[in-house]
Ligand binder design. Structure first.
Ligand code: BDP
Length: 716
C-alpha cells in the first residue's frame, strides 16, 4: 500500500469509528463559519415553528434568500418548510418586496424608511393565520432579512413578537483582498487566494458562492479582488472576462466587484509614454478602459488606488496632486456611477518628519477639491494597523471630503494566524473616538457614516483575512474578525460585545456556561496582545518585513522610518516618541490637543505614543515607568495563560477538531507572548539600566532573541 493509500485507509477508519466513540459533537473543520444551522438546543431554544415558506415572483437574489431559509430552517428546526404561494396555515414565513409578492404588497408595511438595502421582520396576521414576514423595498433587502431571521433562530431567540427594522448606516461595506495574480495573498495567513483565476471564466467554485453567502449574511456589499500593490494585468482584456464571471456569481448576493488599479497601467498596458493625470491621452485611456469594464460588468463598483505610497507610482510622479489623480479617474467612472476609493496611506521618506503627521499634511490642504464620487480611504490609525494607535487625525479634519474607514481584518501585526485577538474591541475603540470636529459627539463613526458632514458616500473597508484554508481565516477565532467587520460596517455603533455574543452562539452553541466565558475571553484578548507586544503606546517594534515576533532592535530596513528605534526612541533618559515636538498633537481638535500635549493628561495606554518619558516617571499604579513596562508585558503573558485555562474547561462543549485547534493555538500564543516579553525587556533594559523587578528576568541574553530564525521562538 502506498503512503497516500495507507493514509486514506487510516482516515476512513477514523471516519467509520468516530460515531462509535462518545465524542461531544461531530468534528467540524470550520468551513461552515457562523452559518452552521445545527439544531437549536431544546433547553435554550424557543419553540419556533415555520410550516411553510411563501414566496412570490422569483429573481436570483430572492432564490438565494429562499434557498438559505430552506437550508437554515431545515437544519435549525429539524423540518423542511413546505413551499407555497399563499397563506393557508399558521406559522408561515412570507418573504418578498411589494413588487415580488402580492401578499406583502397587500400588507401595506412601513417600508419607505428602509431605503434600498434595509429589511423588516415582523409578525402579522394574514387571512386569520399567524405569519411572519421578511419584507424590503429591494430583493437584496429580503436576502439580508433572511440572514437576520436565521441569526435570531440560531441564537435561540423566540420568533414570537419579533419586530426588527434594520438599515445599513454606511453605503460601501467592502472587503479589500490583498490577493496577487499568482495566487498568493499579501499579509494573508489563511492559505492561497480564493480566486481561481486560471479556472475562470468557465468555472466558479462552490467556495465562491459560500464566500458570497457569508458576506451577504453580515451585509458586506463589495469586494476589491486584488492587492492594493496592484498588477496592471488585472485591467487587461483577459482578466476583465474572468472578473465578469466572478461578478456574475457575486451579483445575486448584492456584492459588487471593484479593482485595485496600478497608476502606471496606461504605460504598462496601453504603451503610453506617461501616466500624467492631466495628459488627455492618459485620460482617454482610462475612459476607454472604464467603458470596456462596464460593458462586461454593468454594476462594476469602481477603483481602489494606492498611489505614491511605499514606492507605488502616482500623480506626484508628474508633480500633480492626489486630487488631480483621483478626480481624473472619478470623471471617467462618473457616467457609469462608479466610485474611486483613494487611499490616504502615504508617508514621506524623510526621517526628520514624523511619519504619523504626513497623511494629514498631504491631504488636509486638498479638502473640498475632490469630486463627489471620490472617497478617501483612511486607515484607523496614522501609522499602520498597530495593536493600538490613536485614531487618525484625518478623521475630523476634512469636512468637505467623504472619508471611509480602512480596518485590517488580517492580523498582520497582532499575531497573524495563531494568536487569538478579537478585533471588535479595536474597531469599536476607533469608531467611538470623538474627533470633536463639531464639538462633543463628533465620533469617527459619524464621520465615516457620512452623517456628521452630510456626505452621500460613506463606508468601511476591511483588509480581508480570507484564504483557501479549510476554515477560511487560518483559525476559528479569526472568523470572528470577518464577522465583526461586516456587522460594524452595517452599524458602526453596534457594540463589540454584542457582536461577539452573536458570533459565539452561531459558531459554537447557546449554552450560557460556554457563551459567557468565551465572550469575556474575546473581549480581553486584544488588550492582552497590546500588553505583550506594544504596551503603553509603543508601536512598530515588530520584526522587519514579515512583522512576525519582536524586533525592537531591527535597523535593517532601507529607510529610517522602517527601523524600529525610529518608533520607540529608547535611550538612557527614557522611551517614547515626542509627538508634541513633531507637530502631530496639534493635528487634533481641542480638547484632545491640549490633553495629549501633557504627560499628566495623556491616557497611559497611549503614553509612549505621544511622549518621550523618563524611566523613573511615576505611573498611576505607583510604579516607575520601567516597572510598569515590565508589569504590562507580564500581564499580557498572564492574560494568555488565563485564556488557556478558560478554554481548557470547555472541552466538552465543542467538537474535538475545533477545540483542539484553539487549544493548540493558545499554546503557541503563550509561548510567543513570553518571547515578546523577554525579548523586548532584554532589549529595553540596556537603555533603562534599571533592575528587573523581583521574580522576573529574561531567560536568555539579548543576542539569542536577536538571532531567532523566522518561525521559531525560544523555549520558555
Ligand atoms: C502595510 C503592509 C503592506 C501593505 C501596506 C498598505 O505591511 O504589506 O502594502 O500596509 O496598506 O501594513 O498599503
Amino acid at each position: 500500500m502506498g503512503r497516500y493509500a495507507a493514509m486514506l485507509a487510516a482516515l476512513a477508519l477514523v471516519v467509520m469509528t468516530a460515531p462509535l466513540l462518545s465524542t461531544p459533537a461531530r468534528a467540524e473543520s470550520g468551513y461552515d463559519l457562523w452559518l452552521r444551522y445545527q439544531p437549536v438546543e431544546e433547553s435554550y431554544g424557543a419553540a419556533n415553528h415555520v410550516t411553510a415558506l411563501v414566496t412570490g415572483y422569483r429573481s436570483p437574489t430572492l432564490d438565494a434568500a429562499a434557498w438559505e431559509l430552506r437550508r437554515g430552517l431545515t437544519g435549525l428546526l429539524g423540518r423542511a418548510p413546505a413551499q407555497s404561494s399563499a397563506v393557508t396555515a399558521d406559522d408561515v414565513l412570507v418573504i418578498g418586496t411589494p413588487k415580488s409578492s402580492a401578499v406583502i404588497a397587500a400588507l401595506n408595511l412601513p417600508l419607505t424608511a428602509l431605503g434600498d438595502e434595509g429589511y423588516l421582520i415582523r409578525g402579522v396576521t394574514i387571512s386569520g393565520h399567524r405569519a411572519m414576514v421578511i419584507a424590503a423595498n429591494s430583493d437584496i433587502g429580503v436576502l439580508y432579512g433572511a440572514f437576520a431571521l436565521l441569526r435570531q433562530i440560531q441564537m435561540a431567540k423566540p420568533l414570537a413578537g419579533l419586530d426588527i427594522a434594520s438599515t445599513p448606516k454606511t453605503k460601501l461595506r467592502v472587503l479589500n483582498h490583498w490577493d496577487n495574480l499568482n495566487g498568493t495573498v499579501e499579509r494573508g495567513y489563511a492559505g492561497a487566494s480564493i480566486w481561481d483565476w486560471p479556472a475562470l471564466p468557465e468555472h466558479v467554485s462552490r467556495r465562491i458562492i459560500d464566500y458570497a453567502r457569508a458576506n451577504a449574511s453580515i451585509g458586506i456589499n463589495g469586494t476589491v479582488v486584488n492587492n492594493v500593490n496592484a498588477d496592471a494585468a488585472f485591467l487587461g482584456a483577459e482578466y476583465i472576462e474572468k472578473e465578469a464571471a466572478l461578478a456574475d456569481a457575486l451579483r445575486p448576493f448584492g456584492i459588487r466587484l471593484y479593482l485595485s488599479v496600478r497608476w502606471s497601467a496606461p504605460m504598462e498596458l496601453g504603451g503610453l509614454k506617461s501616466a500624467d493625470p492631466l495628459d488627455p491621452a492618459v485620460k482617454a485611456w482610462w475612459q476607454a478602459k472604464a467603458d470596456e469594464i462596464y460593458r462586461a460588468i454593468p454594476d462594476f463598483g469602481g477603483f481602489l488606488v494606492k498611489a505614491n505610497s511605499e514606492g507605488q507610482p502616482g500623480p506626484q510622479d508628474y508633480h500633480r496632486t492626489h486630487a488631480d489623480g483621483a478626480n481624473m479617474i472619478a470623471d471617467v467612472l462618473k457616467p457609469h456611477h462608479g466610485v474611486v476609493m483613494w487611499r490616504a496611506f502615504v508617508y514621506a521618506n524623510d526621517p526628520r518628519i514624523d511619519r504619523a503627521t504626513t497623511a494629514y499634511n498631504e491631504f488636509v490642504p486638498l479638502d473640498g477639491k475632490f469630486r463627489d464620487n471620490v472617497v478617501l480611504q483612511v486607515k484607523n490609525g496614522p501609522l499602520d494597523f498597530q495593536p493600538r494607535e490613536p485614531f487618525s487625525p484625518l478623521f475630523g479634519a476634512m469636512p468637505h471630503t467623504s472619508l471611509m474607514m480602512e480596518f485590517q481584518i488580517t492580523k498582520e501585526y497582532l499575531g497573524q494566524q495563531t494568536h487569538l485577538a478579537y478585533l471588535g474591541t479595536l474597531y469599536e475603540e476607533a469608531l467611538e473616538s470623538d474627533t470633536y470636529e463639531h464639538g462633543p459627539g463628533s465620533t469617527v463613526a459619524r464621520v465615516i457614516d457620512g452623517s456628521l458632514d452630510h456626505h452621500p458616500i460613506s463606508g468601511i473597508a476591511g483588509v480581508a483575512n480570507i484564504g483557501n484554508d479549510a476554515d477560511w481565516c487560518g483559525s476559528i477565532f479569526n472568523q470572528a474578525n470577518w464577522y465583526v467587520f461586516g456587522r460594524m460596517a452595517w452599524d458602526p455603533e453596534i457594540s463589540a460585545r454584542a457582536v461577539a455574543d452573536e458570533w459565539v452562539r452561531q459558531t459554537f452553541n447557546n449554552d450560557p456556561a460556554f457563551v459567557t466565558p468565551v465572550v469575556d475571553m474575546m473581549m480581553k484578548s486584544r488588550q492582552a496582545v497590546v500588553d505583550y507586544m506594544t504596551p503603553l503606546g509603543l508601536a512598530l517594534i515588530m520584526a522587519h518585513g514579515h512583522h512576525m515576533g519582536p524586533g525592537p532592535w531591527d535597523t535593517i530596513g532601507p529607510r529610517e522610518d522602517w527601523k524600529a528605534p525610529y518608533y520607540h526612541r529608547a535611550d538612557a533618559k527614557g522611551i517614547g516618541f515626542d509627538r508634541v515636538a513633531s507637530g502631530y498633537v496639534a493635528q487634533y481638535h481641542s480638547p484632545l490637543k491640549e490633553e495629549y500635549a501633557k504627560v499628566s493628561t495623556t491616557p497611559e495606554d497611549l503614553l509612549l505614543w505621544f511622549h518621550h518619558v523618563s524611566w523613573d516617571h511615576r505611573m498611576k499604579s505607583g510604579r516607575t515607568l520601567w516597572q510598569e513596562l515590565v508589569a504590562r508585558y507580564q500581564k499580557g503573558v498572564d492574560d494568555v495563560a488565563a485564556m488557556q485555562a478558560t478554554w481548557a474547561k470547555l472541552a466538552d462543549d465543542v467538537d474535538p477538531e475545533r477545540y483542539a485547534q484553539v487549544r493548540d493555538f493558545l499554546a503557541v500564543q503563550h509561548r510567543e507572548a513570553i518571547w515578546w516579553r523577554d525579548a523586548c525587556l532584554a532589549y529595553f533594559e540596556q537603555f533603562s539600566k534599571r533592575p528587573f523587578p523581583d521574580g522576573y528576568k529574561p531567560k536568555y541574553p539579548l543576542g539569542y532573541y536577536e538571532k531567532m530564525p523566522f518561525g521559531a521562538s525560544p523555549k520558555p
